[in-house]
Design a protein around this ligand. Structure first.
Ligand code: SAM
Ligand code: SF4
Length: 345
C-alpha cells in the first residue's frame, strides 16, 4: 500500500477499510501527509472558525473506579469537592459574561446529582440562552429523555476503547454493553452525541484504534474527543509507559478524514503532553477548544492526571492567551453555537 495514495483516497471519499486505517496508524512516516490532509478536510467541511465550549467541572466525586482516572472512588489522595446548584448556576452566568454560547457540565458520577437536581439546574440554566452539553456518565434512558426535554442539547460520553475486554478490565464497575446502550439511547433521543477514546492505554492495539475510528462512523457521532492517556500516580495504572502525543494526533487526523464534518476538540490532555499540543491539534483536524472556566480549589482538584495544562491560569487569562494564539494562526473564534452541520459526502 502506498501512503500518499491511501491518504488522497481518504481525503476525497472519506472511506477506508480497517486494514487501511491500521496501515496508516502504523506508518511512522505517514504524519507529514496525514496531518496536512486532515487540516485541508477540516477547512473544507467545517471552516476556519474555532468553537469554544466553556467547561464547568462541577464535582470530582465519582462512584466508579476506572483504573486510569484520578477521580476514581478508591483514590484517597485527592481533595474531593462538589459544587452546589447555586455555584454551578453562577458559573453558567459567568460563561455568558465571558462571551461563551455553550457550556459543558462535566463531573464524576456523583450520586448527589439526582435526576431532580439536574432537571432543576437544566431548566434554570436554559433561561440564559446557552447550548448545554452534559458529560455526567451513564444514566437510564428515562433520565436522558428528561434531561433533553429540560434543555440539554449535547452529551459527551467517550466509549474509551471499543475493545470490550480492555474496557471491562479498566472499568471494573461498568459493562461495555451499557456504555453502548447509553450512546445509542442518546442518539435516539436526538442529542448531539460526542464520544471518543483514550489513546495509549496499556494493552490497547493499533488494530483496536482502527476499529475505534470505524465505530465513530458507525455510531454517527457528532463530536469526537480523543485524549492521550496520561498515567496518574494515584491510580493502578501509575507505572504505564510515559505518554506521547503522536498516536493521538494520528488517530485524530484519520478521524477527521473519515468523519469530515464533525466537531473535534483539541483536548487539554494534548496540550498537557506538549506545550503547543493544542495548536498542533487545531492544525491537524481539530476545530473546537473547551476552555475550563472553573475557578478556585475545584480548578486544581479536578485532577484526572498530573500536570493538567491551564490549571494555574484564571479563566480570563486563559481566554486571552488562547485568543492571541488563535489570531496568530489565522483562526477566528466563532460567535455561534457551533452545531454539527451535516454535509453530504
Ligand atoms: N465521568 C464522566 C465519564 O467518565 O464519562 C465524565 C468525566 S471523565 C473524568 C472525562 C474523561 O476523562 C473520560 O472520558 C476519560 O477518557 C478522561 N480521563 C480520565 N482519566 C484520564 C487520564 N489518566 N488521562 C487522560 N484522560 C483521562
Ligand atoms: Fe468516574 Fe468518569 Fe473518572 Fe471513570 S472516568 S472514574 S466514570 S470520573
Amino acid at each position: 500500500m502506498d501512503i500518499k495514495t491511501l491518504i488522497q483516497r481518504a481525503e476525497s471519499t472519506h472511506r477506508l477499510s480497517e486494514e487501511e486505517i491500521l496501515y496508516l496508524l502504523q506508518a511512522q512516516d505517514a504524519d507529514e501527509s496525514l496531518l496536512p490532509a486532515a487540516d485541508r478536510v477540516r477547512r473544507k467541511y467545517v471552516g476556519d472558525e474555532i468553537h469554544l465550549r466553556a467547561l464547568i467541572e462541577f464535582s470530582n466525586i465519582c462512584k466508579n473506579n476506572c483504573l486510569y482516572c484520578g477521580l476514581r472512588a478508591e483514590n484517597t489522595c485527592i481533595n474531593r469537592y462538589r459544587m452546589d446548584e447555586e455555584t454551578i448556576f453562577s458559573f453558567a452566568q459567568k460563561a455568558v459574561q465571558y462571551g461563551y454560547k455553550t457550556i459543558v457540565l462535566q463531573g464524576g458520577e456523583d450520586p448527589a446529582f439526582t435526576t431532580e437536581v439536574w432537571l432543576r439546574l437544566l431548566k434554570r440554566i436554559k433561561t440564559l440562552g446557552l447550548a448545554i452539553t452534559l458529560s455526567i456518565g451513564e444514566r437510564p434512558f428515562e433520565d436522558y429523555r428528561a434531561f433533553k426535554a429540560a434543555g440539554a442539547d449535547r452529551y459527551l460520553l467517550r466509549i474509551e476503547t471499543t475493545d470490550k475486554a480492555l474496557y471491562e478490565k479498566y472499568n471494573p464497575s461498568m459493562s461495555f454493553e451499557n456504555r453502548l446502550r447509553c450512546l445509542h439511547d442518546l442518539k435516539k433521543l436526538g442529542y448531539e452525541v460526542g464520544t471518543g477514546v483514550l489513546v495509549g492505554l496499556p494493552g490497547q492495539t493499533m488494530r483496536s484504534l482502527a476499529k475505534d475510528i470505524l465505530f465513530f462512523q458507525e455510531l454517527g457521532a457528532d463530536m469526537i474527543g480523543l485524549g492521550p492517556f496520561i498515567p496518574n500516580p494515584q491510580t493502578p495504572l501509575k507505572n504505564a509507559p510515559a505518554p506521547v502525543l503522536g498516536p493521538a494526533l494520528r488517530v485524530m487526523a484519520l478521524t477527521r478524514l473519515l468523519l469530515p464534518d464533525v466537531n473535534i476538540p483539541a483536548t487539554t490532555a494534548m496540550e498537557t503532553l506538549q506545550p503547543n499540543g493544542r495548536i498542533l491539534a487545531l492544525q491537524s483536524g481539530a476545530n473546537v477548544v473547551m476552555p475550563n472556566i472553573t475557578e478556585g480549589d475545584a480548578r486544581q482538584n479536578y485532577a484526572l492526571y498530573p500536570g493538567k495544562a491551564g490549571a494555574a491560569d484564571s479563566p480570563l487569562a486563559f481566554r486571552e492567551k488562547l485568543a492571541a494564539q488563535l489570531t496568530a494562526i489565522g483562526r477566528p473564534i466563532s460567535t455561534g453555537y457551533g452545531w454539527h452541520k451535516k454535509k453530504i459526502y
